[in-house]
Ligand binder design. Structure first.
Ligand code: ADP
Ligand code: MG
Length: 687
């Protein structure tokens, strides 16, 4: 089959629907899918029947509501289509009710206190804006998956999709108001676009299985960087190793079948690190597709003898992995609103939206930081690579210049040269490529979209997109309301607009920074500007408790205070669980694998020294002493780690782990390679 025929063959898309449904039902379902309205109950049974027939033609025997609980993964519970008939056989059936709603026992999913166990039932409901698909597992088991939201008995959102959909409703409402304000055509459906680039590592399965730390925590808790790692900058965009390429080709093919527009594949900066990027799609679909992509990467990797590692920092000393989150708005005029326009009027709308985003990110920076907070991402953000924990915006030279001009003049007087007059001036053409040089910025304008680079590679990007939608919705709302008032008071449109833009730029320009985000100077400068630098998850998630942020979520009906509190509770608990698990795993490895090897090597050296007593051996004597002292320090640090675990304090565990690692890694550098109990970084990087 050609790729064109294969693309989307595992998706219940328009093409398939038209084959399996009557034309009236097909039309009605299509409208539901586009508008996100409830499924018309009168067609639900026929839709379910058609879906079942299609799924069974693909060998599926089961269906599942596929949802995204608050632990950041995807969840599924399979039910078969089969029920006994009266003749000792079975009949296949799938009703509209089964399609529309599920009732998994939800007591094992984190609810962050939203639900007591006695009312543990959760409900899943089909999200018709994301089409059903068939997931073919390894072993060729096909399951019909129905993308769903997940909520509690009283409608509380127990998942990541519900607030995302609510935040979309909030921003779409404001997008229509902008369109009205600027008198734009409104004949198309507006939506938010997302292109989620995914970084990951591949490790040979046999080596992976010898690394308890990787298996249990997703990252190495010990290990020294080999002499040659990423410093030659020869891996990034380098020739792809044939074994990896064959894996990537299989991934692309599987994703195409799932209707995921796989586009780009390449080597990343670190050895054994790679990147995947799709063509952008409607945001909700793109989030679902990114979750699916991670799962496909993992299962195809296994087929190729690899393990796909999506942890944010699997190896110390080389680059970690992120998920670059490319975000933009497609307006009801069918155009990308983050593309600078051709006419002064289009430019005015572009600048209005741009300034709203600047205002949103400055006002809600702590929330954007909180949305990407996790134990894994803490090793990446704020470390000397990838975006810092300080949220700032990169605009590029030309756009910064435009913003400066806008701020500088008053609508009537021209204080400084090159003043930009709204509604009159044209913008210089912004070349797309020139804007994307600065990789150190957490939130960068890249010519026709913003790229949030702080999202962790393992995280669902639902939360980041929710807070982006929500904070931009709020900024747009404020600015539109002010414009409407000014116009109602008889002010000239362009005059009022210029005044608002100037005011907002003055208020929020502190968030703009085009320099090196990794530098110490920026940290100092950011502190002077009053920008928060929330380095760790416990600090960052406090944003969820901020009354200003609670009010924001409540005003736009994205999450109630109770629902938001549950996110805080889960983030905090997950963080503590992860750190404790890592500390326990580090302790086990240090005690039972590394220390014994250290001790026997120290003894071996001491024996050599004794048997060589009649030759000059001062250097050997020194080696014996330094190795014995390393072993001693390791023992002491292990004791420290034990008491840190007992204390239950994550910060103490983290620093005790670091100390233990320090001595263990020093030992790794001296113990003979064939005695070291764990595969080395060098072994794992060579694939
Ligand atoms: P890079 O950032 O690696 O230079 P690109 O800029 O070409 O690569 O694109 C990165 C991602 O941004 C891709 O997934 C692409 O589809 C996505 N993208 C491009 N345009 C938009 C848009 N209007 N909205 C959202 N994502 C977009
Ligand atoms: Mg990019």
């Amino acid at each position: 089959m050609s790729i064109q025929d294969d693309f989307g063959s595992l998706v219940f898309n328009a093409k398939t629907m038209s084959k399996y449904l009557s034309s009236e039902t097909y039309q009605s379902l299509l409208a539901t899918m586009h508008n996100g309205t409830d499924l018309n109950p009168s067609i639900a049974d026929e839709v379910a029947e058609g879906m079942k027939n299609w799924a069974m033609d693909h060998g599926a025997t089961h269906f599942t509501h596929w949802f995204q609980p608050l632990n950041g993964t995807t969840a599924e519970k399979h039910d078969s289509f089969f029920n006994p008939d009266y003749d000792g056989g079975v009949i296949a059936s799938f009703s509209g009710k089964e399609l529309s709603q599920g009732e998994p026992d939800a007591s094992s999913f984190p609810s962050g206190g939203l639900r007591a166990t006695f009312e543990a039932r959760g409900y899943t409901a089909w999200d018709p804006t994301s089409p059903a698909f068939i997931r073919k597992d390894e072993g060729n088991v096909s399951v019909l998956c129905i993308p769903s939201v997940f909520c509690g008995y009283h409608g509380e959102a127990l998942d990541k999709k519900t607030p995302l959909l609510r935040s979309q409703a909030a921003i779409i409402k404001q997008i229509y108001r902008v369109a009205k304000l600027f008198n734009l055509p409104m004949d198309k459906r507006p939506f938010i676009t997302l292109g989620a680039e995914q970084e990951y590592f591949l490790i040979d399965t046999n080596l992976y299985k010898m690394r308890l730390d990787l298996m249990q925590t997703g990252r190495t808790l010990f290990g020294i960087r080999p002499a040659r790692h990423q410093q030659m900058e020869d891996h990034y965009f380098g020739k792809i190793n044939p074994r990896v390429l064959s894996f990537m080709a299989d991934v692309d093919h599987e994703l195409w079948k799932l209707g995921i527009p796989a586009k780009t594949r390449h080597n990343e900066v670190s050895p054994a690190q790679f990147e995947f990027a799709p063509v952008f799609e409607e945001q909700n679909l793109a989030v679902d597709h990114n979750m699916l992509t991670m799962s496909v990467l993992q299962s195809i990797a296994e087929r190729h003898g690899f393990i796909c590692i999506t942890h944010e920092k699997p190896f110390a000393g080389v680059n970690g992995s992120g998920k670059h989150n490319n975000w933009s708005i497609t307006g009801p005029d069918g155009k990308n609103w983050l593309t600078p326009g051709k006419t002064p009027h289009e430019n005015a709308k572009f600048l209005f939206v741009l300034v709203a985003i600047i205002k949103a990110v400055d006002t809600y920076a702590p929330l954007i930081r909180a949305a990407v907070a996790s134990a894994g991402n803490d090793h990446r953000l704020g470390a000397n690579e990838a975006p810092p924990a300080i949220v700032s915006i990169f605009l590029g030279e030309q756009l910064t210049d435009i913003i400066n001009q806008l701020e500088c003049g008053t609508p009537k007087s021209s204080k400084c040269g090159g003043l930009l007059e709204i509604g009159v001036s044209s913008l210089p053409k912004l070349p797309k490529d020139a804007t994307d040089r600065n990789r150190t910025s957490p939130f960068a304008f890249t010519g026709n979209k913003f790229e949030l680079r702080a999202v962790g590679s393992e995280q669902s990007c639902a939360s980041s997109n929710t807070v982006l939608n929500l904070s931009v919705a709020s900024a747009l709302d404020d600015m539109i309301t002010e414009m409407e008032k000014a116009i109602a008071a008889g002010e000239d449109f362009n005059f009022a607009l210029q005044k608002i833009l100037q005011k907002e730029i003055k208020a929020h320009k502190r968030i703009l920074f085009d320099g090196n985000g990794y530098s110490n100077e920026w940290r100092e400068e950011a502190a002077r500007r009053g920008l928060p630098n929330l380095k760790s998850t416990p600090d960052a998630i406090e944003a969820f408790k901020d009354p200003k942020i609670i009010a924001l979520f409540e005003k736009y009906n994205v999450l109630s205070e109770k629902e938001l509190n549950s996110r805080y509770a889960i983030a905090k608990e997950t963080y503590e669980l992860v750190v404790t698990m890592e500390a326990e795993c580090a302790l086990m490895l240090a005690k039972t694998m590394i220390l014994p090897v250290g001790i026997s090597y120290a003894a071996e050296l001491a024996n050599s020294l004794a048997s060589l007593s009649n030759v000059e051996h001062s250097a050997l004597q020194k080696m014996v002493e330094s190795t014995a002292s390393l072993v001693n320090s390791l023992i002491e640090s292990i004791e420290g780690l034990e008491s840190a675990i007992k204390s239950g304090h994550a910060d103490q565990m983290l620093s005790a782990m670091e100390k233990t690692r320090h001595f263990a890694d020093e030992l790794e550098a001296v113990v003979p390679d064939n005695q070291w109990p764990l595969p080395s970084y060098a072994d794992m990087f060579f694939i």
